[in-house]
Ligand binder design. Structure first.
Ligand SMILES: Nc1ncnc2c1ncn2[C@@H]1O[C@H](COP(=O)(O)OP(=O)(O)OP(=O)(O)O)[C@@H](O)[C@H]1O
Ligand SMILES: [Mg+2]
Length: 387
């Protein structure tokens, strides 16, 4: 028996769910050969016992087939993630916490906030993922500087793209640039579920989720699919934005999502030449709304051209200019969010049982029973405020 024969036999062992084998993945090491007896380690990335078992069985079978005697396959898996205190349905159980970034109005800075908060959390030592749940208008790839990178697809799973120390996935990374999606609500819901279930997210401390504007199918599907640990609302100080933000906060309430706070974005303008701060949209108008929902403003982020340039060029301000005033404010907001998440978990976590669909498929909770919708029907069939 030689190391070459052993490696060639083990290269027939596919990693479960993938088209690649365990040798190509680089998981096999410490091969020791003693006559016909072989021992080796396989360091895998999954903590699921069935994955370890299948690799072990397949490895022994392949080695026996090339004449090995005793085979000792030591499968080293990462420890099971700490049990989250959250309850209810969770289709991405390897993720410990989910942060939903929402706003009632479009264009107020959700994506910018999601990117910078995700980077700030990673800078504070957390293992962070960033999911762009804006299926129709995915901006995260550009903002993270990965718009020309396609993710690696393995079997029916997709690996997230890594950028600035965080894992990222977006519909924009799966589509050709400039293409539009013309989808019904039911397809949006399916896409959100697949982003949670079929992306190979690592064991993350937190997945930051950039939502489309408003309170619709995407928000409801997310809340029903995973226990969302906390919600963050982004608003600008104008009255019209605040009106919509109230709806976003009310949605968190209705979906039983604890509120991690409000970010008042475009709060004042810092002139790039003089550094003087001007009040454009009116500042401080958000406080009464925070009081109304028993939450707090965790950052006031000024309009700064470097934030917009950072977004357009894929160079987020919190990463490229961490000593700037805005980056410091994002860092402070991230600390506050993490403190809230820890507090929520210490108090028993969240539970999404109450927002699960309760009616039979095809029956609306809002009205009298009606015939089951066709597959192409826009109704989500959950009966939970989706109509
Ligand atoms: N504080 C800021 N200073 C300067 N530009 C900003 C600031 N916040 C956001 N922007 C810019 O405003 C534009 C809209 O921001 P962004 O895309 O983050 O909003 P959004 O709420 O995610 O929008 P949508 O509802 O379309 O998803 C972007 O070009 C972004 O770079
Ligand atoms: Mg956006």
């Amino acid at each position: 028996m030689t190391e070459e024969i052993v490696k060639s036999a083990l290269s027939k062992v596919l990693y479960p769910g993938f088209t690649k084998d365990i040798v190509t993945f680089g998981f096999v090491n410490s091969i020791v050969i003693d006559g016909d007896n072989v021992s080796f380690n396989v360091e895998i990335t999954s903590s699921a016992p069935e994955v370890a078992l299948q690799i072990k069985d397949d490895a022994i079978t392949e080695l026996k087939a090339v004449g090995a005697g005793n085979v000792s396959a030591n499968i080293i898996s990462p420890k099971m993630p700490k049990e989250s205190s959250s309850k209810g349905k969770n289709i991405a159980p390897q993720v410990k916490n989910f942060l939903m970034v929402s706003s009632g109005k479009g264009g107020v800075g959700k994506s910018t906030t999601s990117v910078n908060i995700a980077i700030a959390l990673a800078a504070q030592g957390k293992k962070v993922g960033l999911l762009d749940a804006d299926i129709y208008g995915p901006n995260i790839p550009r903002m993270m500087g990965i718009d020309d990178i396609k993710p690696e697809v393995n079997g029916n799973k997709v690996l997230p793209i890594k950028a600035y120390g965080i894992e990222v996935m977006s519909m924009g990374s799966l589509m050709e640039p400039g293409q539009s999606l013309i989808w019904r609500g039911a397809m949006i819901m399916k896409a959100i579920e697949q982003f949670l279930r079929d992306i190979l997210w690592s064991e993350l401390d937190v997945l930051v989720i950039d939502m489309p504007p408003g309170t619709g199918d995407a928000q409801l599907t997310l809340a029903q699919s995973v226990p969302v640990t906390a919600g963050l609302t982004v608003t600008t100080p104008q009255g019209v934005s605040l009106d919509d933000s109230r709806r976003s906060l009310d949605m968190f309430r209705k979906l039983h999502i604890p509120i991690a706070g409000i970010i008042e974005n475009m709060s004042g303008f810092i002139a790039p030449d003089t550094g003087v701060e001007y009040d454009i949209f009116g500042k401080g108008t958000t406080q009464p709304m925070a009081d109304e929902f028993n939450t707090k403003i965790i950052a006031e982020i000024p309009i700064e051209s470097s934030i917009r340039i950072g977004g357009d060029d894929g160079k987020p301000i919190t990463f490229v200019a961490p000593s700037s005033e805005s980056a410091k404010r994002y860092m402070a907001a991230a600390e506050s969010i993490w403190a809230t998440i820890e507090e929520i978990n210490a108090n028993g976590g969240v539970d999404n049982q109450a927002v699960q669909p309760t009616t039979a498929p095809g029956v609306s909770a809002c009205s009298t029973p009606k015939p089951a919708p066709k597959a192409s029907d826009e109704s989500c069939g959950t009966g939970c405020g989706c109509h």
